[in-house]
Design a protein around this ligand. Structure first.
Ligand SMILES: [Zn+2]
Ligand SMILES: [Zn+2]
Length: 349
């Protein structure tokens, strides 16, 4: 089979790899139908994730068709259409029992990281019963690809941790795919204001179509001053960090109202200043989380009933074999006006 293989920082190729087989009784082999590229894959290619070794197939998102299941798999059979969760989980360990699948002692985020991933014609999924989901009949597969990672990440780490309530004022810092996933799912709770902050005018303009009430280009305007002006000088009830650099986290600290929640989603590579000299008395809550994907079944229902439409996040389509070109488009998001790309495997093998 063909797969996108990582060969150390800055090096990747679309090449021949052995087709995966069942190694544990709880495994399933899935023929990939549609997959995508994540910002995390770009971090890996930059060399920011050193646990990823030369020869690893990347990718942790996708939908496909079950090709084969191990003897212990009971909920899936050959031919089933499935959503692959970015988190693999045994369902039995201490963390799984708490609903913290991301910290599963035998799984967690391992796909396209510690084991071979989904940017391939076939993938081996461990703990298939707990790591795959059936795709309802009436649901668009491309919408479902957005449920592998970005929708549950935006919803769990941003919206749920931020405890957005009806009438709240919300700022989402970062209008990339994750920030947009927060924007879509925040509206389940009818906040009164959703202010999007980014440095890319195209992305900001798109957010208005997704339900943002205001946008701020923080390179051109004073974001703090503008947010205080929009919130009767109080700041926002919920500030969601969806970038992962010190400046954006510190912006969240500067704009939070008393009693507010700062929900971090960004993957941070550097330490950030915690401004306790101003926040010690403000009754604020700061949260961090890695997506657990415990809300995936609920999100599938909202997509199935058309309460949200994640296909709005998809800007580009490529055949799977053109994945190198798709990476170029995803890496040059501002140049190509890219949000999410969809790669379709139309091989008959
Ligand atoms: Zn991802
Ligand atoms: Zn577990």
């Amino acid at each position: 089979m063909k797969a996108l293989v990582y060969h150390g920082p800055g090096k990747k190729s679309w090449e021949e790899k052995p087709k995966p087989g069942i190694t544990e009784a709880t495994d399933a082999i899935v023929k990939i139908y549609k997959t995508t590229i994540c910002g995390t894959d770009l971090h890996i290619l930059k060399g920011d994730v050193p646990e990823v070794t030369d020869g690893r197939i990347l990718g942790h998102e996708g939908v496909g068709i079950i090709e084969e299941v191990g003897t212990a798999v009971t909920d899936f059979k050959k031919g089933d259409r499935v959503l692959i969760s970015c988190i693999s989980s045994c369902g039995k360990c201490e963390y799984c029992k708490k609903g913290m699948y991301s910290h599963c002692t035998k799984g967690g985020w391992i796909l396209g990281h510690l084991i071979d991933g989904t940017q391939a014609e076939f993938v081996r999924i461990p703990f298939a019963d707990n790591s795959l989901y059936h795709i309802p009949e009436n649901v668009d597969e491309e919408a479902v690809v957005m449920l592998s990672d970005i929708l549950p990440t935006g919803f769990e780490c941003g919206v749920l941790n931020g405890q957005i309530k009806p009438g709240d004022t919300v700022a989402i810092v970062g209008a990339g795919p994750i920030g947009l996933a927060v924007l879509l799912t925040a509206q389940f709770y009818t906040p009164s204001l959703i202010i999007m902050v980014d440095v890319d005018d195209y992305r900001l303009q798109e957010t208005m179509k997704f339900g943002a009430t205001h946008t701020i280009n923080s390179q051109k305007e004073d974001a703090v001053a503008k947010i205080f002006e929009l919130t009767e000088k109080k700041g926002v009830d919920v500030a969601i960090e969806a970038v992962g650099i010190p400046a954006t986290f510190e912006l969240c600290e500067s704009i939070i109202a008393p009693g507010g929640h700062i929900a971090n989603i960004g993957v941070h590579g550097k330490s950030v200043a915690l401004h306790l000299e101003t926040s010690w008395s403000k009754n604020i809550t700061i949260t961090t989380r890695l997506v657990d994907t415990v809300t995936t079944p609920m999100l599938l229902k909202t997509v199935s009933s058309k309460k949200i439409d994640p296909t709005k996040l998809i800007t580009h389509h490529f055949p799977l074999q053109n994945i190198i070109e798709a990476y170029d488009t995803f890496q040059n998001a501002a140049r190509d006006k890219t949000l999410k790309v969809i790669l379709t495997n139309d091989s008959e093998k």
